[in-house]
Design a protein around this ligand. Structure first.
Ligand code: WT7
Length: 653
């Protein structure tokens, strides 16, 4: 008998969905009147400037449109509309790496957002629809900058601070950004690190679209200033007015772009809408995190990822909650940092990634017991499947067996949660995303739409458009269609395919089994193998390369590269030392091209890759080898079947 964990009802006061009956009723309501039910939520939740005329426009599928004709503004939804009832409530609680604390009330946040919005308009000539690239650390100004863009209708594109100058440059150029907002740097593990020099390097080439750089001061370290291009945020914002009217935005006006990895080619600029996105950000915040007025909510993600967008900034603020922003890392100065913060701020919802849970478990298994964690009601995980041992530790040691764990399955493209337990309602199975949220028509099917048998693996699809879904890939509608609507059909119509496999148990529980494409998941971060391969190929001595994910104790998956060198290193007596040198060089290239998050954990130097006669690399074999699985694939079609044994020997030696 599997373990089932029922919600501890005494921890919940007034959850919006109280039990599975209510869940089923709501799901049935959506099934009975899909559009009408979405409309009733849009009416209830969004403070419309002008009501929409059409709920869902499917005329140009799969470029779906929601709530067309309506006007609203996301910054108004997240900040201004709360001022009547919550002006003195903490909106953002910031804790710096060094322990600095800062609290912004909703009124203060409104004031900062308005000044920044005015500065963007007056000093940088940013207009509605212009793209602003944001390369910033986890400081309150990052949220202010996002909301200031939303206030005036500029489209932000945040680039994670761990990406390299090259990666930043690619994104700036693709988005044709007008302005880059950055900081001198920030603090990490007690030491300053720099961001501005990376921007300088990115702008050295091909970024003619960018005319100005706006720099927030955080660590106070010396930086170079380019006259006429670089401006101090802190200086300019001072003189701006704290009054700024919200730009009326059409429901479908883009709110932001966020670049993410695909299975092929360069990262794609996932484009999200205004109304549909914020509606679902707010609804899932209320349903999945049971946000109540006096709660303090903490998500440990970085704003450079979608989790930071939806569940540090937009979702919590749209719901009028108090959101914690943390600059540091969970293990500094020690493995009790997070638990100390939970105790100090009386955190009610704590949301993090399995990789962080595994790290905290490993480095401080008994740390949680040293702190009073009784404020916690909900523990969330996101980014990759959570393994049962990590789940158990999280549930028992962190949650004291009293909290609901919400294993939230979703993607950059989905905008918000898709499959997740409802904390007061869903009986939870460890390491299982459970059921689709109400309104989400998630189905596990075969390519032609046939539902898969219970216990069989199938494609995780969403068979109806939903409001917060990706609208397109910036500047590449064809790639959007091909990437998401090219694989699976239902009733002859293309449906959204997530790229993940999944299976369902007899009682309807969904377990995500992972990507079915060439995307790997490193510490909950998505990495395209093609991107890493392109970087490795830049090494002069690399003839060919194939990158796969290798199970990793903490990261979930690590990056493993099979490399064929053009010429075998000269000194045959000390081959390992030579290979170690090449590995170092390859990793240096990766660091420059992508960033430290894409470094190879391991490289196997092999004489050749398993290729079919037509030259296609059989990656499945390479994946099996690295996992130590028996090779079940037919190797007889390979150009050189003997290569498989040779590679196995090298990997296992
Ligand atoms: C991919 C999306 C969504 C924010 C963070 C990652 C995997 C995500 C889960 C989960 C199993 C998960 C999927 C998905 N994933 N959450 N709860 N259980 N797998 O966003 O970078 O867009 O990556 O992360 O493979 O496709 P992302």
């Amino acid at each position: 008998m599997e373990n089932i964990f029922n919600p501890i009802k005494s921890r919940f006061k007034e959850p919006l969905i109280k039990n599975m009956c209510e869940y089923n009723e709501l799901m049935d309501k959506f099934k009975g009147d899909y559009e009408g039910t979405w409309a009733s939520f849009a009416d209830e939740k969004i403070d419309w400037f002008k009501k929409y005329d059409t709920i869902l426009d499917e005329s140009n599928a799969p470029f779906y449109k929601w709530f067309t004709g309506g006007q609203m503004n996301v910054a108004h939804q997240c900040v201004d509309r709360h001022l009547d009832t919550k002006k003195n409530k903490a909106a953002i609680i910031f804790e710096g790496d060094n322990g600095d604390q800062q609290i912004l009330t909703y009124r203060e946040l409104a004031y900062e957002v308005n000044k920044t919005a005015n500065m963007f308009k007056n000093k940088f000539d940013v207009k509605k629809g212009d793209r602003v690239v944001v390369y910033m650390p986890m400081i309150p100004e990052a949220a202010v900058v996002m909301l200031a863009c939303a206030k005036i209708g500029a489209i932000h594109s945040i680039v994670f601070g761990g990406f390299s100058a090259e990666a930043l440059r690619d994104r700036i150029i693709d988005a044709e950004a007008k302005l880059v907002v950055t900081a001198d740097g920030a603090f990490r593990k007690g030491k300053p690190y720099m961001l501005k020099p990376v921007v300088d390097k990115a702008l050295e080439e091909g970024c003619e679209c960018v005319s100005k750089v706006c720099i927030v001061e955080r660590n106070g370290e010396d930086i170079e200033w380019v006259a006429g291009r670089d401006y101090s945020y802190n200086e300019l914002v001072k003189t701006e007015s704290s009054v700024c009217a919200a730009e009326p935005m059409d429901s479908e006006d883009p709110l932001f772009l966020l670049y993410t990895s695909g299975s092929t080619g360069k990262p794609k600029g996932v484009q999200h809408s205004s109304a549909g996105y914020i509606l679902w950000a707010q609804m899932t915040m209320e349903w999945v995190f049971d946000i109540q007025d006096n709660d303090t909510y903490w998500c440990t993600a970085d704003i450079g990822w979608i989790t930071g967008h939806t569940y540090i900034v937009y979702g919590p603020l749209a719901a009028g909650a108090t959101t914690v922003m943390f600059e540091g890392v969970p293990t500094f100065p020690d493995a009790g940092r997070c638990w100390r913060m939970v105790e100090e701020y009386k955190i009610n919802q704590f949301y993090t990634a399995p990789t962080a849970i595994r790290l905290l478990h490993k480095t401080g298994a008994h740390e949680p017991s040293k702190y009073d964690l009784s404020s916690l009601r909900i523990l969330g995980t996101v980014g990759e499947p959570i393994d049962p041992p990590a789940w158990k530790w999280y549930y028992e040691e962190v949650g004291g067996s009293q909290c609901s764990i919400v294993d939230t399955y979703w993607q950059t493209e989905t905008g918000g949660h898709m499959i997740s337990p409802l904390p007061a309602a869903t009986p939870i199975k460890p390491a299982c995303a459970t059921f689709p949220l109400p309104g989400i028509m998630a189905e596990i099917i075969e390519e032609d739409g046939t539902p898969v048998e219970i216990g069989e693996k199938g494609f995780m699809c969403v068979t109806k458009p939903w409001p917060s879904m990706i609208r397109t890939i910036w500047n590449d509608g064809e790639r959007f269609k091909k990437s998401y609507f090219g694989d699976c059909k239902k009733d002859g119509q293309p449906v959204y395919f997530t790229g993940d496999g999944a299976m369902m148990s007899e009682d309807g529980y969904i377990t995500i089994t992972g990507r079915t494409d060439d995307v790997i998941n490193v510490s909950g971060h998505r990495m395209g193998t093609a991107e890493v391969e392109a970087a490795v190929k830049k090494h002069d001595n690399v003839a060919s390369v194939a990158v796969v994910g290798k199970p990793h104790e903490i990261k979930g998956e690590g990056i493993f590269a099979y490399v064929v060198l053009k010429s075998v290193p000269s000194n045959h007596n000390d081959q390992t030392a030579d290979e170690f040198e090449v590995m170092k060089e390859i990793n240096n290239i990766i660091k420059t091209e992508i960033g430290a998050i894409a470094l190879c954990d391991d490289i196997a130097f092999v004489p050749d890759l398993p290729k079919t006669r037509s030259g296609k690399i059989m990656r499945r074999i390479l994946r099996s080898i690295v996992k130590g699985e028996a090779i079940t694939q037919d190797t007889s079609t390979l150009e050189d079947p003997s290569i498989v044994g040779k590679i196995e020997e090298i990997v296992n030696r």
